[in-house]
Design a protein around this ligand. Structure first.
Ligand code: MN
Ligand code: MN
Length: 289
């Protein structure tokens, strides 16, 4: 695949495609948002705001420009009003990145976008497991009589891989039937990251797709999201948990549900960018070794 370089690259991620091992792309899609839309502006706003963020991490003592080879592919152009077509585009794009032996790192957009990228990852890695950070279980079979929704996305991923492949953390919202269904078919750790290290040890040799719904953060830290849910984790808890997951065999990853119209102070966008910087740096270190 040959891609043209985006001019406004995110967070100093300005390597050429051929020399990169991670490909960042934005997915401006929020058509199934059930409460407050706006996540379609998430990746674009992160890209614009990233000019105010240092590329150097004092936590890791690494710099995005020196210590990573990340290509920024810009924003996907998606079919507006046709959910399946939009998912097909995300799937094809992710599949091409994976075919070039690079790691797709997708910025949402609402959470349904994960389905397209995960489908591509599951095709290449049939043994793929999902690590899912979220306030919401996202395991409904249907939501508002729709099978494709950000409230059903993990259920649709389940349809691809089946039992015992999905590991959720931070969950604190869902309907009763959905939570009960989850107990039979997936592993859900409620409220926080307790038990994460045990599960990571068990999955050490497995290919992992990692999806982070940023509403796992407490709304006091991260108000800029369409479905805020009190009782979430802190920035440092999430940063450290994401760093732990970065040591796994990651084959695809995403960060979703930043909604700039809900982010009046801009603090959520900079928080998302900082998490992205830390994750890309620790992931790149892992991929080099
Ligand atoms: Mn979600
Ligand atoms: Mn959520």
């Amino acid at each position: 695949m040959k891609l043209n370089k985006n001019i406004e690259t995110i967070l100093g991620c300005d390597k050429e495609y051929d020399e990169s091992n991670i490909v960042v792309f934005g997915v401006p899609f929020d058509s199934t948002a059930s409460y407050r839309p706006g996540a379609r502006f998430g990746s674009r706003t992160m890209r614009a705001e990233s000019y105010n963020m240092e590329t150097y991490s004092p936590y890791l003592e690494l710099d995005l420009e020196e210590d990573t080879t990340v290509f920024d592919a810009g924003e996907l152009e998606l079919s507006i009003g046709n959910t399946q077509k939009a998912l097909d585009s995300i799937y094809k794009f992710s599949k091409n990145i994976l075919a070039d032996n690079k790691l797709p790192f997708m910025l949402g957009g609402e959470h349904l976008v994960t389905l397209g990228a995960f489908q591509a990852a599951a095709e290449k890695y049939p043994d793929v497991h999902i690590i899912h950070f979220d306030a919401h279980a996202d395991l409904r079979d249907e939501f508002l009589e729709t099978a494709l929704s950000h409230a059903t996305v993990l259920r649709r991923c389940y349809d691809i891989v089946g039992d015992n492949r999905i590991f959720q953390f931070g969950i604190r919202s869902g309907e009763k039937a959905e939570i009960m269904w989850g107990r039979e078919h997936v592993c859900t750790r409620m409220f926080d990251f307790n038990g994460l290290h045990n599960i990571l040890d068990k999955l050490r040799d497995k290919p992992i797709y990692f999806t982070v719904d940023l509403d796992v953060l407490d709304p006091s830290v991260f108000p800029g999201t369409g479905t805020p849910e009190a009782g979430g984790v802190s920035f440092n808890e999430l940063r450290i948990a994401m760093q732990a997951v970065s040591n796994m065999n990651i084959v695809g990853a995403d960060m979703v549900e930043l909604s700039p119209p809900c982010d009046l102070s801009g603090i959520s966008t900079t928080t998302a960018l900082k998490l992205m910087r830390e994750f890309l740096l620790s992931l790149s270190q892992e991929m080099l070794h």
